[in-house]
Design a protein around this ligand. Structure first.
Ligand code: R5P
Length: 287
């Protein structure tokens, strides 16, 4: 039985379809003092052997809601609790960046671990974050899904990442798109602050060619818009932007549109207008 967090309802439904198991009735409420109450009456009624709680932790409330749903299904007597974190919030805070800072990814992983037998997550920024869970979480790679919404007629395509860390994702998208057809390259990125990013381009020739830029996440859109801006100065063809996690915070969508992107394609790990493809089939394979 699939149990959905409020931020992951479309993905949870797709997963239930894919696995041909029921989607539990859930209720999301809030007390007058602001405290949350997420409940799973459908699990108490059906009493399944296994419950799969699906919740992207896109906010502090979503974190708390996930812990409540895990506890609710355990309280209902479910033998096995599996937690799917399609998008793991705080995953990028994976070390103490200054003295006195927390390792926030570890703190949330410990909390999530306490309510589950197993954790699956999708393309965390660094796979090492899985080791913060007890037992170690499994990371699923959904980047190949990003090739699906791309047009079939890309002109002499270049598959690019905005920094060296995401070049594997660009390669995965290239392989899924055209079985090794298409050049893969990457730019270099220097981050000066949360929103100030400097991109140093490679010398890849993009004139008249379509470019697909892939990253694990678009948060403020600073990284992608800088990369797209550089391409625009080079007589590029069409530019498509793809990412696993379309967080698209603040004015990210407008920023990318102004930079001249043709389309933004993400998955449903975070449910947005740009969630063009589902990670459900990839997750279902591991469930
Ligand atoms: C960091 O290296 C990540 O891969 C992304 O490039 C980054 O988190 C994107 O953030 P933003 O959209 O705020 O530039």
């Amino acid at each position: 039985m699939i149990v959905s967090g409020s931020a992951s309802q479309a993905l949870a439904a797709a997963l239930a379809d894919e696995l041909e198991v029921p989607l539990a009735e859930v209720a999301y409420d809030r007390f007058p003092d602001g405290e949350l109450l997420a409940a799973a009456p459908g699990v108490a009624e059906a009493n399944p052997d296994r419950a799969v709680v699906v919740g992207s932790t896109v906010s502090s409330d979503a974190h708390l809601e996930l812990l409540q749903l895990q506890d609710a299904v355990r309280e209902a007597g479910t033998d096995e609790v599996v937690t799917v974190l399609p998008y793991m919030g705080y995953a990028r805070q994976d070390e103490a960046f200054e003295p006195g800072h927390p390792v926030s990814a570890r703190a949330v992983a410990r909390a999530v671990s306490s309510g589950t037998d197993r954790v699956l997550t999708v393309n965390p920024h660094e796979e090492a974050v899985c080791e913060f869970f007890e037992p170690t979480a499994t990371a699923v790679d959904a980047a190949g899904r990003l090739a699906e919404p791309l047009p079939a007629d890309l002109t002499d395509p270049v598959f690019l990442s905005p920094d060296a860390g995401a070049v594997d994702l660009a390669e995965t998208v290239r392989d899924a798109y055209g079985e090794g057809e298409g050049e893969v390259d990457y730019f270099e990125k220097t981050r000066h602050s949360g929103t100030d990013v400097e991109i140093t381009p490679s010398d890849v020739d993009v004139a008249g060619r379509d470019v697909v830029v892939t990253d694990d996440i678009i948060a403020t859109g600073s990284t992608m818009s800088e990369a797209v801006g550089v391409l625009g100065e080079r007589d590029v063809g069409r530019v498509f932007v793809t990412c696993v996690h379309p967080l698209l915070a603040r004015d990210a969508y407008a920023k990318l549109s102004r930079a001249g992107v043709e389309a933004i394609y993400g998955t449903d790990t975070i449910e947005r207008g740009s969630s063009a493809v589902s990670v459900a089939p990839v997750l279902a394979d591991r469930l």
